[in-house]
Design a protein around this ligand. Sequence first.
Ligand code: DLL
Length: 466
Amino acid sequence: MIRFVLIQEYSNNKNYKTDDSELKGRVPMESRALYYSEIERINRKELEELQLRKLRATLQILYEKNPYFGRKLRQAQVKPSDINKLEDIAKIPFTTKDDLRINYPIGLLNVGIEKVVRFHVSSGTTGDPTVVAYTESDVDKWSELNARCLNMMGVKRGDIIQIAYGYGLFTGGLGIHYGAERLGAAIVPSSAGNTKRQIKLMKDMHATVLACTPSYALYLAEAAIQEGLNPKEDLSLRVGVFGAEPWSESVRKRLINQLCPEPYDIYGLSELCGPGVAAECPLKNGLHVWADHFIPEVIDPKTGEVLGPGEEGELVFTTIDKEAMPLLRYRTRDVSCLDIEPCACGRTHPRISRIKGRDDDMLKIRGVNVFPSQIEYVLERMEELGDQYQIILTKSGPLDDLKVKVEVKSSAVSDKPWDMVELKKKVESEIYSVLNLHVEVDLVEPGSLPRSEGKAKRVVDLRRST
Ligand code: DLL
């Protein structure tokens, strides 16, 4: 049973009318909750006891009933009775994407097919895609987690939320949809794409919340401006629910300046459920992981050793409340670090820092490790540059090489070729100062690089064709 903790009472408008003026000035019509569920501020000791209980129960089920995990655990000589404290989790072998691939499509299913009510499928860049299954209870819990996230961002009944994440095999659209529905917000399920229609809907429906990838949000802002709108004045957006790809503080600033005052980060992956694994609270100081459902760890990707709070490494999650497809110590490849300090928002669930990238995204260029996010960091800070860029990977003899194409803002475009040469040099030298690597930069015209309606494709790999 969910208990609401009330911080504010809003007037209950009994004379409900559905004309346009009401949509425009739509005010919250019900009480607003600071916490969606009391469990968000459970005492840390109780949280850890709960995690241990749920971990042992999950392990017991997998050990006894799941042929694949049962065998893996026996091979590693780990029995459920070996897990007596949370740190014992380190004894459990990791699960990787390869385990999911070997078991494609539903070899890891932990319940009879008659209990499954849904599959989602995430597209793999190589090999088979991965299939994730949900029981009714899994969908129910997933909905609650997304409701917690949205509520934490201040979304409430009375809000109009336009969900421009893809609906379908991708978990983004439906996951956020369930959360919004739980909260009782009014949903415009626009799905991804059809940018002109998105803008018209946002404007005509006076959407107060937009959920989509941050790169698509930037594109929507740009496209709205091109249509002669001032998105900050002509749209009614208050909250952004942005995730599914890495983004940075400078993108947040751009989104605040161009689109909506409160852009929040939301994280998740299909293998665990989809969106709703973690999200930012209003303090925006990391993303709270819902630790009554997932045990987060950060490991050294090379050695597998568990790292301490504040140490950067690969995020690993164990699901402790899933029925259809529980996962033990799943290696996400996402780079982040854990913060277990209490948060001033009152939530006791640990936080992860914003995802820096994936460790399999890391490029090795002339001996230097490069994360695409480091290049983005430089480009976003230069006010002459637009939001769109591409990192082009090529081969130079036996070695990998990279080049950056970036759009110049219309206001910075100059007829004098010399200005552009100077700007190119400036960008190259800024990249050098961060990476210690000479990278060739191509400045291109505004609007010339492809836009994405979902996850942005920033790295173009031409290594096979060069
Ligand atoms: O992207 C689920 C999702 C949908 C999350 C909508 C948030 C909003 P997948 O397609 O399985 O699921 O991709 C998961 O996307 O391992 C990260 O690499 C990346 N990712 C997801 N959220 C974030 C985020 C969805 N907030 C993969 N920041 C993950 C950075 C993110 N990367």
